[in-house]
Design a binder for this molecule. Sequence first.
Ligand SMILES: Nc1ncnc2c1ncn2[C@@H]1O[C@H](COP(=O)(O)OP(=O)(O)O)[C@@H](O)[C@H]1O
Ligand SMILES: CC(=O)N[C@@H](CCC(=O)OP(=O)(O)O)C(=O)O
Length: 243
Amino acid sequence: MSITVVKYGGHAMSAGSSFAQDVAALVKAGQKVVVVHGGGPQISAMLDRVGLTSEFRNGLRVTTPEVMQIARMVLLSVGKDLVGSLARAGAKAVSLSGEDGGLITARRVPQDIGLVGDVASIDPSLIHTLADNGYVPVVSTLAPDAEGVPHNLNADIAAGGLAIALRANKLVMITDVPGLYRNWPDASSLIEKITAQELEELLPSLEKGMVPKMEACLRAVRAGVPSAAIGTSLHAHGTVVLP
Ligand SMILES: Nc1ncnc2c1ncn2[C@@H]1O[C@H](COP(=O)(O)OP(=O)(O)O)[C@@H](O)[C@H]1O
Ligand SMILES: CC(=O)N[C@@H](CCC(=O)OP(=O)(O)O)C(=O)O
C-alpha cells in the first residue's frame, strides 16, 4: 500500500484549511498517510509571550536551551491539536515525536546555532506499526542526539528524511504559498515542474523558509522518493520536484 508523507507547515496551519478532511478522505480511500507538522510561527508567538527572542539563520531557528523548552512544549501541543482535528474529520491519529520508540536520532548541524539537529538516522518501525493498523501518525520534529539530548529539527528536513526512510510514494509540503517561485515574489514566476538537477542550481538563490523546504525535496527525490510537491493543500500542488 502506498505511503504519502505530508508536511503541514505552521503558516498553512494558521491560515486554516481542509487539511484534516483531506487526510481523512485519503485514509478512507485506502492510503497510508504520515503527517509531519511544523509550528514555527506558533513557537515564535509563544517565545514573544514569555519575553524570549530567537532568530533564524538560513531558515533554521537558533535554539538555546531556553528556546528549546518552549519549542518542545509548543510542538507537542500542536501535534495533539492536530490529532483532535483529524479525529473530528473521522481519522484515527496518534501524535508522537522523534523521541518516541527510537523514531529519529538527531545529529547537531555544523552551524553554531544551538540545539538544532539534522536527521542522523530513522527507525520507521513504529510508524509502520501505526499506519498498518489504520492510524495516522502525526510527527513532531524533536529528536535526541546520540547522547540523548533533545534537538529541534526543521520540520521540512525531518519530513524529507521520513519520506526516504518510509520509502514513501510521495512527499507533499503544504505551506502558505502555491509553490516555488523562481523570482520570489514575482507571481508570474511559479515553477510548475523542476528536476533535481535544476533545483540544485536554484538552491543558492533561495531564501528563508524555502531553503530547508527545497533542500528536503531535493534530498527526497535523489534518495528514491518518486516526487515531491509544494502547494497549499493535499490537492493543490503548484510545484512538483521530479528526479
Ligand atoms: N522562492 C520562493 N518561492 C515561494 N516562497 C518563498 C520563496 N522565497 C521565500 N518564500 C517564502 O517562504 C514562505 C514559506 O516558507 P515557510 O515560512 O518556512 O513556511 P512553512 O511554515 O509552511 O514551512 C512563503 O510564505 C514565502 O514568504
Ligand atoms: C530548527 C528549526 O528551525 N525548527 C523549527 C521547527 C518548526 C518548523 O519547522 O515549523 P514550520 O514548518 O512551520 O516552519 C522552528 O523552531 O521553527
